[in-house]
Write a protein that binds this ligand. Structure first.
Ligand SMILES: Cc1cc2nc3c(=O)[nH]c(=O)nc-3n(C[C@H](O)[C@H](O)[C@H](O)COP(=O)(O)OP(=O)(O)OC[C@H]3O[C@@H](n4cnc5c(N)ncnc54)[C@H](O)[C@@H]3O)c2cc1C
Length: 400
């Protein structure tokens, strides 16, 4: 039996990926009395992750390479991941009875390939005597010198320690701001993008693998690679998500479009030129559809008013250039982000005001921040959940 006076009375606001994982880690210590506030069931936010399979991390041992996947938080996470990186996280999951595996593309999934199963597995470790879930929305947290007062829509509660783990969509930014923290203006990230060239929406469902993309912000040039997908009203896929992430804080509109250049095939300009030469008697449509989808080349031909049935030998120099460039360096103009398509929120609690060794606020003692509420966000591939597991673990070290 633990004496009431020796308890650490800890509130966790938000019981999603980060708050739920922290709850699991803290409950192991009977000297912690853990109360998680969330109107949802613990870990509910994990359900849609990885398309229902929960892509929980990424298998990369080189820390310098790993942190490059975070447009916000790279330096901060270097310190965090040096204590708990993906390998150690997977060991912790294994100890919790959740085995993981690495897919060909290095993304890490639970062996069950099921978000629902990982949620039920994690929950098994949660409902200990020293854990309580209060299904109420927190509307304010105030620091009364020796204790915190948490006000929900129904009640008020006192705690010695408070951890804010409200993610990017809750009101955690507002709670943090009221406690004196600076908030980097939240912006949607990992979104599908809208383009000026609407003709391409006819290609809905068509995807290209390992596309190289480049674009400029001011004078700085960015390159990224990944699959892209055309939908009926956007361009999407991992490569496009990266672009949306790298430009999350840029003003993009019809009046201020972002030009992106896509290399849709491994074939070089000269190689395509040779294919045309070697097949000069065939129709343009037949030549090109031997190495890119027929519908794609049909859109390019129609857009540029080139007769699809003319022989390749009859192509004018400029027509040939247009066709080859549409494959080696297709220029598209991004005019906006698709509303509500974001997977994460960029921005949040300013990292300068949080200690990366403890996750404690540098402004308010015994107040902590973990997960996406921080100004940390990564590309797709398991990086956002890894941020949650690692920052939760670092925070747990203060209490275990
Ligand atoms: C469709 C989709 C798929 C994704 N897939 C992946 C993936 O495969 N891999 C990956 O790494 N990342 C993925 N992500 C991103 C990842 O899910 C998030 O980065 C992660 O869940 C953030 O965890 P968190 O604990 O910080 O916040 P959340 O998981 O969002 O949890 C926050 C919790 O706080 C609660 N809350 C908020 N405000 C309050 C309040 N005032 N009072 C009480 N409770 C409150 C919310 O109800 C919520 O349960 C995906 C995101 C989406 C939307």
């Amino acid at each position: 039996m633990v004496q009431e006076s020796t308890y650490k009375n800890i509130a966790i606001v938000g019981c999603g990926a980060a708050g739920g994982f922290l709850s699991v880690l803290l409950c192991k210590n009977p000297y912690n009395k853990v109360t998680a506030f969330d109107i949802n069931e613990p870990f509910t936010t994990l359900l849609p992750t990885g398309g229902g399979r929960c892509n929980l991390s990424y298998d990369e041992d080189d820390l310098n390479e790993f942190v490059k996947n975070y447009p916000r938080g790279e330096k901060f996470l270097m310190s965090v991941f040096s204590k708990i990186g993906q390998k150690k996280t997977r060991d912790i999951f294994k100890d919790l009875g959740i085995k993981t595996y690495v897919q060909k593309d290095k993304r890490v999934f639970p062996v069950s390939d099921s978000s629902a199963k990982i949620i039920s597995d994690l929950k098994k470790h949660l409902y200990t005597d020293n854990f309580k879930h209060i299904k109420e929305k927190v509307i304010s947290v105030s620091d009364n010198l020796n204790e915190f007062v948490i006000q929900t829509e129904k009640n008020s509660y006192n705690f010695d320690y408070v951890v804010i783990a409200t993610g990017g969509k809750g009101n955690g930014f507002w709670l943090a701001k009221n406690l004196g923290h600076k908030i980097i203006d939240p912006k949607p990230s990992l979104t599908a993008l809208d383009i000026e060239e609407k003709d391409f929406y006819k290609l809905s469902g068509m995807s290209f693998k390992k596309v190289d993309a480049s674009f400029k912000i001011g004078k700085k040039k960015y390159n990224c690679c990944g699959d892209i997908l055309f939908t009926h009203k956007s361009i999407s896929g991992p490569c496009i998500f990266k672009i949306s992430s790298l430009t999350a804080f840029e003003e993009i509109s019809l009046n201020n479009p972002l030009e992106i250049e896509l290399r849709l095939s491994d074939l070089k300009y000269e190689e395509i030129e040779n294919i045309i030469k070697e097949n000069s008697k065939k129709t343009v449509k037949n030549v090109f559809s031997s190495f890119v989808p027929e519908n794609f080349i049909a859109v390019i031909l129609e857009k540029n008013k080139i007769d699809s049935n003319k022989q390749a030998a009859q192509l004018k120099k400029t027509e040939k250039e247009i066709l080859i460039h549409s494959i080696t360096s297709l220029k598209l103009h991004v005019i906006g982000r698709i509303k509500d398509s974001e997977i994460v929120i960029a921005g949040g609690v300013d990292l300068d005001e949080v200690d990366s060794k403890t996750m404690e606020s540098k402004i308010v003692n015994r107040l902590y921040f973990i997960g996406e509420v921080l100004n940390i966000d990564g590309f797709t591939g398991g990086f956002n959940l890894q941020n949650c597991w690692s920052t939760a673990y670092i925070c747990s070290m203060n209490f275990n």
